[in-house]
Design a protein around this ligand. Structure first.
Ligand SMILES: Cc1cc2nc3c(=O)[nH]c(=O)nc-3n(C[C@H](O)[C@H](O)[C@H](O)COP(=O)(O)OP(=O)(O)OC[C@H]3O[C@@H](n4cnc5c(N)ncnc54)[C@H](O)[C@@H]3O)c2cc1C
Length: 397
């Protein structure tokens, strides 16, 4: 844990909160997983959030699964294979294969398939269902249809920067997962009576990615360029720490994904269109949790505190905020209101399983990848132990 994380934990505990080190999927020392594949030990270089890991310490398919699969004679990995749609027999409720284009040659191929696992990230999953005519697209006017509904986006870019003249945080060392976090104001963990909103935030602090260009914390009032800015960024690089908040975002009937009526991709397929904005609940979640964060920030006794970063106004796609999109092919008990059952099996084709955060009915405040992985194991187990033995719907609606 970083010094800033320990400082945060000490003060949060004094408030009676319950901070803990956030679980992360980089190995702190060499580790051999259940498949017999070995991850390296993290070197805390701070670059892994947006780059590959030269120490092989970051858990990902290329380290944890693919080396084993490559030794399997029945396995083929096809790169540059851009899947444009799934072939679908609506009457039989089966997918019969996958159409893909080799992006080097432009040639299209059909891969026949007895079973398809669709795991093309949230947007790819939605796009492939809509472009293949599988499932009823969501209609925001009637609230009927399922594909594209419940699109949610983690509430982010909330936080406050603290400046400590007498501390040296060495922000260039660490890993982005190294964070001290608290869940006391997350989800249903606190009493919402009288607050007028649902949900909450995880509140965290840690140092991880003091990269040369992207990390330039300066106190309020610093000019945005020129000699004074340069002086301030050199002065404060070592001395700043940021409390960040990530909030829940619950589904509503207005936010959804559908096919764009105008714009098309290189294959001539309609692009996805996102219809999304914040609602009052989102602002209230952010405001309330930011007040908690500011109390902690002040109690940490910094030399200075920056302005609280709050969400205001309309949603804007331009700044990077998070990669934590959810919904669009959600799981549920009823085919009228969901796309997949609890085993991630499509209600509209029993040999199609859909994996990824597109199956989350709601957006909890947390980053999604842990549950994405857990659900993949859960679904894979159902495929092996139930479906392959007796192909057909695993849940009867
Ligand atoms: C910079 C960054 C930081 C992140 N940090 C975190 C974090 O701290 N914590 C966290 O929980 N999550 C984090 N995430 C999110 C995390 O990466 C995703 O949640 C996770 O990778 C989703 O897994 P997935 O298997 O559903 O999709 P992906 O990992 O996106 O895999 C989908 C695959 O499908 C392929 N594909 C898509 N469409 C097609 C098509 N038509 N044809 C063929 N192939 C296709 C893609 O090339 C890709 O290989 C981060 C993401 C980024 C980019």
């Amino acid at each position: 844990m970083t010094e800033s994380g320990l400082m945060f934990a000490k003060v949060a505990k004094e408030f009676g909160y319950h901070p803990f080190p956030q679980p992360a999927s980089n190995a702190s020392r060499p580790y051999t997983n259940s498949e017999g594949l070995t991850l390296g030990g993290c070197q805390y270089c701070g670059f892994c959030e947006r780059n590959g890991c030269e120490a092989n310490a970051k858990a990902g398919p290329q380290v944890c699964v693919l080396p084993l699969l490559r030794a399997e004679p029945k396995f083929t990995l096809r790169d540059r294979a851009w899947v444009s749609r799934l072939s679908y027999d609506k009457a039989a409720k089966k997918v019969t294969g996958v159409l893909f284009t080799d992006t080097r040659t432009g040639e299209e191929y059909e891969q026949p398939a007895g079973l398809v696992v669709l795991s093309a990230y949230v947007f790819g999953n939605i796009s492939l269902l809509l472009n293949s005519g599988i499932g009823e697209p969501y209609d925001p006017v009637t609230s009927k249809g399922v594909v594209g509904k419940n699109y949610c986006y983690q509430l982010s870019r909330l936080g406050v920067t603290l400046f400590f003249e007498d501390k040296f945080f060495n922000p260039f060392m660490g890993s982005p997962g190294t964070q001290m976090v608290m869940d006391d104001f997350n989800g249903d963990n606190f009493d919402h009576r009288g607050l007028g909103f649902l949900g909450g935030c995880k509140i965290q602090l840690g140092h991880a990615d003091g990269r040369p260009i992207s990390y330039r914390p300066v106190p309020p009032g610093t000019p945005r360029w020129g000699a004074a800015w340069k002086k301030a960024t050199a002065k404060w690089y070592q001395h700043a720490a940021r409390i960040t908040l990530s909030g829940s975002n619950y589904a509503n009937r207005y936010n959804y994904i559908d096919l764009d009526p105008t714009y098309k991709d290189q294959l001539g397929r309609p692009l996805l269109r996102m219809t999304y904005n914040f609602v009052e609940n989102d602002y209230k979640v952010g405001d309330y949790c930011m007040r908690i964060a500011l109390d902690i920030a002040r109690a940490m006794q910094p030399t200075m505190i920056g302005p609280p970063g709050l969400r205001r106004g309309d949603y804007d796609t331009v700044p990077y905020q998070s990669t934590h999109n959810t919904g669009g092919t959600i799981m549920g008990h009823d085919p009228k209101t969901s796309v997949v059952n609890r085993y991630l099996q499509s209600w509209d084709a029993d040999n199609l399983f859909i994996m990824g955060a597109s199956t989350f009915p709601q957006q909890s405040a947390y980053n999604p990848t842990g549950p994405v992985g857990a659900l993949a194991y859960w679904s894979a187990e159902a495929i092996v132990t139930k479906y392959l033995k007796n192909p057909g719907p695993l849940v009867h609606a």
